[in-house]
Design a protein around this ligand. Structure first.
Ligand SMILES: C[S@@+](CC[C@H](N)C(=O)[O-])C[C@H]1O[C@@H](n2cnc3c(N)ncnc32)[C@H](O)[C@@H]1O
Length: 439
């Protein structure tokens, strides 16, 4: 794809990570199936689409508390209210559509890039903060790296994302590589941001004209959110566990228990162990979801990834340790789902090949719904096995017209189910799902 057709430059990777990923996407098995040119083009498309936001935001609705239609309506009202506060405009329309294939998922089109005129005052934010702005967030003060020398509360500014991590905190006139993400109004003086004795908190720049208009769920999801079922959740980060418990409480889901625990050690050897909390006895779960810690290279939008190859490659061994636990905890006849939000073979198809070799009790199962692409060639899996995997590969479906929201505007005509389904299933983050049965 010609570079000039993209709004942002391709995601910036360390050269060693770029080469590693290129070898993944242009591996021998791929080259036996498609031409070198086609494989190279797919890889370049992946790098381009990773720096752009997906066309839609997906929300899983918890339909045990209200019908999908009611949630759709309430979500629309809350988002409208929120946007009214942000843009001070009365003329606000929010488009929320049911997913054409998944009954409890709502889709919110991301609108952009919009024709926003850049201002002379520049605020530079870190790449992660810039990505959050492209997904509908305001700029929180800790993410701000540079502001104009005399920036005061109420000043209108243009916000740019620092592409190479070169802007130092407190800079006044950064001229390095940066990309425009929209216009906002300062909620703090420069001195409050950089010269405070306390760690600075709260919104620093309120975005009024973001380049991409994306719904923000700040303060919305806890009342409407999206979990269902009987779940024991383990995470080693206490803050995540607390958030899960808060969400469960807001949803009146008493059946969700969450524990701060190292999952690698989640199987107990003492059969008399109380099963209220971890560690748990072997074979005590009907289903296990291993939503594994991963290199996260499928996350979009991401302008830059600063990780080195050692960091990227550190996940495969960790995932295998977690896999051992997951298989031990699962009952015979139980289902194990393994998922990641990355695009490497090492963390996806290679893990499946390893798991099938290591645990003869596991077999791959069909997935319902199956809306992603099949698994990627390169890990020695058979065509039948690849067909049972779901790899969400935005590079296979991403086109610039879609990324720009050209064609049918979401706010005008309702989008045709075919076109919506195409965008919802193809222009996604990079994601991988494998489903196993333990016999
Ligand atoms: C992809 S995220 C899972 C997200 C989760 N499904 C959710 O919806 O919040 C992977 C999680 O694994 C956690 N993690 C990493 N190593 C772990 C370990 N050894 N034990 C437990 N959790 C771990 C990370 O803290 C991270 O939150």
């Amino acid at each position: 794809m010609p570079e000039e057709m993209s709004i942002f430059p391709r995601i910036a990777l360390k050269p060693e990570v770029h080469d590693y990923l290129r070898n993944v996407f242009i591996n021998k098995e791929v080259l036996a199936a498609v031409s070198q040119g086609e494989a190279e083009q797919r890889f370049q498309r992946l790098l381009s689409c990773l720096s752009h936001p997906p066309a839609l935001t997906c929300v899983r609705a918890s339909t045990h508390l209200a019908s999908l239609e009611e949630i759709q309506h309430r979500l629309g009202e809350e988002l409208k209210q929120q946007q009214k506060c942000d843009s001070q405009s009365e003329d606000i329309s929010i488009t929320i559509l049911p997913h054409p294939h998944i009954p409890d998922v709502l889709l919110l089109p991301v609108i952009g890039p919009r024709p926003v005129v850049q201002l002379s005052s520049e605020v530079i934010v870190g790449a992660q903060c810039g990505s959050a702005v492209l997904r509908g967030a305001h700029v929180f003060a800790p993410g701000i790296l540079a502001t104009p020398k005399f920036m005061k509360t109420g000043d209108a500014v243009s916000v740019f994302s620092d592409l190479e991590g070169k802007c130092t905190r407190g800079n006044k006139d950064f001229k390095g590589k940066r990309v425009f993400v929209g216009n906002g109004v300062a909620e703090m003086d420069r001195s409050n941001i950089f010269c405070s004795d306390e760690p600075v908190k709260g919104v620093g720049i309120r975005m009024v004209e973001p380049l991409y208009q994306s719904p923000s769920f700040d303060g919305v999801l806890p009342s409407l959110a999206f979990l269902q079922g009987e779940v024991v959740a383990l995470d080693k980060i206490r803050g995540k566990v607390e958030r899960i418990l808060q969400n469960a409480k807001a949803l009146h889901l008493d059946c969700i228990k969450a524990h701060c625990f190292n999952s690698i050690k989640a199987v107990c050897t003492d059969q008399a162990q109380d099963t209220e909390g971890p560690p748990f006895p072997p074979q005590s779960f009907d289903r296990v979801l291993l939503d594994a810690p991963c290199s996260g290279l499928g996350q979009r939008p991401s302008m830059a990834c600063t990780w080195n190859l050692k960091e990227i490659c550190s996940y495969q061994p960790l995932q295998r340790k977690l896999f051992h636990t997951a298989v031990r905890l699962l009952k015979r006849g139980g289902v194990l789902v393994y998922s990641t939000c990355t695009v490497t073979l090492a963390e996806n198809e290679e893990q499946v090949a390893w798991a099938l070799n290591t645990f003869p009790c596991l077999t791959l199962q069909p997935q319902e719904p199956h809306i992603g692409a099949e698994g990627m060639l390169g890990a020695g899996l058979s065509p039948e096995q690849l067909r049972l995997l779901q790899r969400f590969s935005p590079e296979l479906g991403w086109s610039v017209a879609e990324a720009r929201g050209e064609g049918d505007s979401p706010t005008e005509q309702p989008e045709s189910p075919t076109s919506l389904a195409h965008r919802a299933n193809k222009d996604t983050i990079g994601f991988f799902i494998a489903k196993f049965l333990k016999s």
